[in-house]
Every structure is written in C-alpha cells, then in structure tokens.
Design a protein around this ligand. Structure first.
Ligand code: FMN
Length: 355
C-alpha cells in the first residue's frame, strides 16, 4: 500500500514531454509525497534509464505513468470511436495541409501521421514489471483485467486516470488499486478513456463527491489545485490525496524548458484553453495565437496529430519560440513559483496534516 500510506498525501503528476525528471520524482518522494515518471513518448530504454536514476537518488516509493494505446484500451469496444478509417486519415491530412505554411516559414518538414513506436506499450509494461516499480498509473485508456492481475502479482500498485463517473466504475471493475480523478481545470491532456468523447465539465469537487460512494479505493484528485486551501477542499470532498502538475513546472528539479518557464510567467498570456491543436486530443494549454487559429481546425485524431506537429514544436523549442510550443497549464498556473519541489509539497500539504 503506497498511496494510502503516504506521509504527505501530495502527488507530483507525471508530465510527459520533458517536465518530469528523475530528480523531481526523487525530491517529491523524499519530501514524503509521491512522484511519477512520465512514460508517455519515451522508449522503454529511456524510461529504464530514468527509473534507474530514481532508484539511485532515493529509496522512497515512486510511480511510472504509461499512456494506454487504443489497441490495449478495453474501455473502447462497445462505444462509438468518432472518426475512423478513411475519414480520419483525410481529416489528419487536411490539418497537416493547414499547418504547411507555419512549417514552410520555419523550414520544417511536418511528419507523417503514422510515425510512432508500435510496440512501446508492451515493452514499457515488461519493463515496469521487471523493475518492480512500486506504483504504475495508466492514462488515456483502461488496460484489460489480465494487465492488472500481472502487475498485482508483481506487487505493483495500479492507478487509472478517469474523468467521470462511468469511467470510474469501469476502472474499479477492471481491478485498479486506486483512481486518479481528473477534473476540467487540469493542465495538459484530459485523460478521458474514450478519446472521441468530449471531456466532462463537472467540477473536480463534484467528480470526487460522485465517485466517493462507489468505492473504498484511494482517490487522488487532480486538476487546477494550486493552493493549500484548494487541496484541503478536495480532501474534504472525499479525496485521499491530491495530484498537481502545473504547480511543479517552475521548480528547479523539473525539466521544463526555458521558453516554457518564461511563457508561464509572461503577463501577456492571460488565459488557458482546452484545445486539440497540438495532439488531436483535448488538452489545456496557455492560449496563444497558434491555439486560437488552429485549435478549431484540429481533428479528433490522437496520436496522429501529435506526430504531425512534433517537428514544428521541436523547431520552436530550438529557436526559443514559445508560440508554437504546447504550453500545457492548469487554470491555477499563476500560483506556480520557482521554488524547490519539497517546498511545493510542504506548502500544498499545510492544511492536510492530521488526517
Ligand atoms: C506539462 C504537463 C504534462 C502532463 N503529462 C501527463 C502525462 O504524461 N500523464 C498523465 O497522466 N497526465 C499528464 N498531465 C496531467 C496531470 O496528470 C494532471 O492531471 C494535471 O497536471 C493536474 O492539473 P494541474 O496541472 O492543474 O495541477 C500533464 C500535465 C501537465 C501540466
């Protein structure tokens, strides 16, 4: 039992794309919370290196987050899946055409939608079992019961990210050991189990209150939590722990790029928007002209759109052009400060002691 027995019920969210580092995970663990490595977009080899770095830096428990690909997602079969086949390919091609001018201006070649890592999921699963990672969380899908049994036999605690009552029910039936309830204010991707579904808009407190009566399993509340008061409100609503991403983005231990750090502190960026512009999946980011212009055109086609836009985002990072970066941020981003991760943990946990 890791989550139920945390000294401090504060979780540092997995943040794929750079912000999550072994250093951040170790620092949060040492502070009594729980840190997560972000397996999304990593090869099994890169993830293995990060796991080894955490083991070297700390003896505290930690987690690894994995993105569940559609082929392993048992939530999908009976449900409508939105665009498919030819329509989907055509929608991605149209979006790629719409971005062609942006790419040409920067001398960048947009990627083909099919480029990915076909067996990444299987290899990552093998890795976390072999390494006996203490906690594994899943996002973007619900693995089959066999996966939960295998991890359980390996002594691994499992978490599934869900965004509404129906997804929570499915994750409990599948055999998850804990749920991460993600509300609409969250930074980064919405973790809906069905990518074609418009994410729920009920508040995080409402989501926690709706799921609490369903289960005794530990519930981790995530999304827009930025203060000790906000965290305490989620625990009062029935959560056992809180998970924060954006609050850790400016910590020195995070791998957040300089351009991203500057954008988070830029007074000219005044709002966040839930957009499909970068990846084809709904995600909350700082509102830039790119988001306003291309968000309305982007189809529901993850991960194809993600792959198409990667070269554009890489070029933006190399030339320090925040406009084209996916500046994921929760609604509480203004509260994020450049203090050590342990300070964030202590600050958020202030009102949670004595549970
Ligand atoms: C930069 C960034 C990257 C993220 N990457 C992941 C990820 O790889 N896996 C995941 O489950 N959630 C990811 N999330 C979402 C978090 O798990 C969590 O739901 C969110 O950060 C909570 O909202 P907050 O950012 O307002 O604290 C990411 C969030 C951010 C801000």
């Amino acid at each position: 039992m890791v989550i139920a027995e945390l000294a401090v019920p504060v979780v540092a969210a997995p943040m794929a794309g750079g912000p999550s580092t072994a250093e951040l995970v170790a620092a949060v663990g040492e502070a009594g919370g729980l840190g997560f490595l972000a397996g999304g977009y990593l090869t099994a080899e890169s993830l293995a290196r990060q796991i080894a770095d955490v083991w070297d830096a700390s003896s505290r428990p930690f987690g690894v987050n994995l993105f569940v690909p559609d082929h392993a997602n048992t939530y999908l079969p009976d449900r409508p899946r939105g665009l498919s086949g030819h329509d989907r390919a055509q929608a991605v091609a149209l979006y790629r055409d719409a971005l062609a001018g942006e790419a040409a201006q920067r001398g960048v070649e947009l990627a083909e939608p099919g480029v990915g890592m076909p067996d990444a999921w299987e290899r990552q699963l093998d890795l976390v079992v072999r390494e006996r990672v203490p906690v594994v969380s899943f996002t973007f899908g619900l693995p089959g019961a066999a996966v939960f049994s295998e991890l359980s036999r390996a002594g691994i605690e499992t978490v599934v990210t869900v965004t509404d009552h129906d997804e929570a029910t499915a994750a409990i039936s599948a055999g998850a050991d804990a749920l991460c309830l993600q509300g609409p204010d969250a930074g980064g991707h919405r973790g809906t189990l069905d990518p074609a579904k418009r994410p729920a808009v009920a508040s995080l407190a409402e989501l926690v209150a709706a799921v609490r009566p369903l289960t005794q399993l530990p519930l981790i509340a995530a999304g827009g939590i930025a203060t000790a008061e906000g965290a305490a409100a989620m625990v009062a609503a029935g959560a056992d722990a809180v998970q924060l991403g954006t609050a850790f983005l400016l910590t020195p231990e995070a791998g957040t790029s300089l351009a991203y750090r500057r954008a988070l502190a830029d007074p000219a960026l005044t709002t966040t928007t839930v957009t499909r512009a970068f990846s084809g999946r709904w995600a909350r980011a700082l509102t830039t002209d790119f988001v306003l212009r291309y968000g309305p055109l982007a189809p529901a086609a993850y991960p194809e759109v993600h792959h198409v836009t990667v070269p554009l985002r890489r070029a933006a990072a190399a030339t320090d052009e925040p406009e084209l970066l996916a500046l994921w941020a929760g609604t509480g981003w203004r509260e994020a400060t450049a203090v050590p991760a342990a300070t964030v943990v202590a600050h958020i946990a202030r009102s949670l002691t004595g549970r």
